[in-house]
Every structure is written in structure tokens, then in C-alpha cells.
Ligand binder design. Sequence first.
Ligand code: SAH
Length: 331
Amino acid sequence: MNDKIDILSLLPEEINVTPAYRQKQVFSWLGKHGVRSFSEMTNLSIQLRSELSERYSLDIPREMERQVSADGTQKILWRLRDGEQVETALMRYKHGWSACLSTQAGCRQGCAFCASGSHGFSRNLTAGEILRQVLYCGVEISRVVLMGTGEPLDNFDQTVRFLKLISHSEGRNLSPRHISLSTCGDVPGILRLAELGLSVTLSVSLHAPDDETRDRIMPVNRKYPISQLLDACGKYFTKTGRRISYEYVIIEGLNDSLGHARRLAALLKGHPAHVNVIPYNPVLGKPFSAPKPSVVDRFMDGLNGLQATVRRTLGKDIDAACGQLRSKRIC
Ligand code: SAH
């Protein structure tokens, strides 16, 4: 391990070169053009390139595995400089490619149905490590969702730094409107994010319309119950004007009844919300199953006019559910 500073985690004004316009040049070589070495920065003198490489590190994560699904979805397993492994999913939509990024190696939230935390928590990713998943994935990314392994708000500072890096006009220049951040319901994190006014779409993993059901599958709910969570979401909307997207993973026999659907509709009535209903993607070794299609239909009918869509499952023939590829390699 070397102790040089990782240049991909830095904003232009933090890069130590003069004159100032050089900072932007270096930053755009990295963020906009995605160069893999200082030697590719051809409008800088050889002397400056060598100074940069002495001062900063720019290592490229190793692609250990890439699965490609029949529907075009891809999943990449990366090896980071300390040997940690993280995964990224790439989904192709009409508007272009969307990247689902990891923010932590492992996860400490312990949601009962999710593969991400099965092997515990290793460490936070740096902003540069989150950014690398976009820069070196091999396709042009037009949308980013922070919905891979990890809880982004549990790695608040690096996640926010990543948001600033990827949306910077001299770099990828990705509009915050094309970025979604998914949280299990870290209330203080949501409130902090609201204060920053970055106006990314907030996606909240709700998965249950009442505390009793949510307590059974999501430990975070014992700390921040649904009423507190919705309150924080309301504040996020007030600050940013961005409608909240709620995720509801339907698990057979757990949260899939008509009663659950009706309670969800009542809970979100009057909230500026969109609900994404997602049939559970089974995880090996977890005692949960996907609902039958007829149960999903019944659930949707029970939502009583609430704005909701069933998310089509992409990458069915690869290890598409969160954390599965990484999990398989660690076993
Ligand atoms: N920690 C964040 C982001 C990571 S999980 C969060 O909790 O939102 C991304 C989404 O996938 C969450 O909504 C999560 O609950 C859901 N998810 C996890 N495992 C799943 C599975 N096996 N099938 C379907 N969705 C799953």
C-alpha cells in the first residue's frame, strides 16, 4: 500500500497544481475523459505529469468478473487496492445506461432479506472508489442509483463528496436529477442531506406499512420508526422540492396481503410519493420467497390510486439481487 493521496477523491480546487486552470484540466482528464494514467494527460508538460504521479495515486480497480444477462444487464465484481471486493450493476434502459453503485464493502444494517450484510461489514468506500465504478465500467452512464451494497447515509461524507464529484461541471457533469440515493431509513442522514440541498432523488426502502411488520425485517426501524421516517421525508421534500420514491419489496406471506397494500395507501396518502413495488429476488440461504404474480396484482389493486409501478426485474439469469455476486466470492 502506498500512502499517496487518491486523486480521484479530490475536487478541482483540492488538487495541488498551479496555475489554477491546471486544476480543472487535471480534474476533467479524470472525470470527463476517464484517463487511466497521468501520462494520458497530454496537454500537461511531462514534468507536471511526473510531479502528479509522485504526489497522487490513480489506481484502477481490477475487474474480477463480469456477468452479462440476456436482457443486457451487466454485473461487475471489482477488486480494490486493499483486496476488498465490491460490485456494480449496469442496467440498460431507453434513456441509456444506469449504474447501480456500492457505497460500502458489506453493510451493517442487517435487513433480514438482503444478501449485502450476510458477511458483515468491512469498510466504507472512498468517494474515489464510488466514482471509479462509473469511470471504468466500460459504458457511458447517464443515470446513477446508489442502491448497491451498503447504506449510503452510513458513509455520509464520502457519499456526499462522490455526489459533488460526479455532478461537477468540469467532470462527468451528471445532473443531480439523474441520481437517486437509496436509504434504509437513516433519519439523521436524511435530515443532513436535506440541509445540503443537493436535490438528488431520495429513495426510501420502506417494505412495510406498519412498525410491527417493518421491525421483523429491518433493524433500523427499532431506532427510527415509520412515523419519524415519514417526517424526515416530508422535510426532505420541503427543502428540495423532490418527490420521494418509496421502495416496497414484496415478500411472500410477510408483507404481501391486501391489508398491507391498503395500509400502505393510507400511510402515504397526501405525501408527494411514488412507490416502486419490487417482487422479492430470492437469496440463497434466506427463508424468504418471491410472491406469485397474482399476489402482486392483488397488492397493486389494493393501493387504491396511490402512484405506484411494479419494477420489472432485470438480470434474472445472473446474480442480480444486491450483494449476491460479492457474497458468492467471499463464501
Ligand atoms: N442501504 C440502501 C441501499 C441498498 S439496497 C437501502 O436500504 O435502500 C437497495 C434496495 O434493494 C433496497 O430497497 C433493498 O431493500 C432492496 N433489496 C435488498 N435485497 C433484495 C432482494 N433480495 N430482492 C429485492 N430487493 C432487495
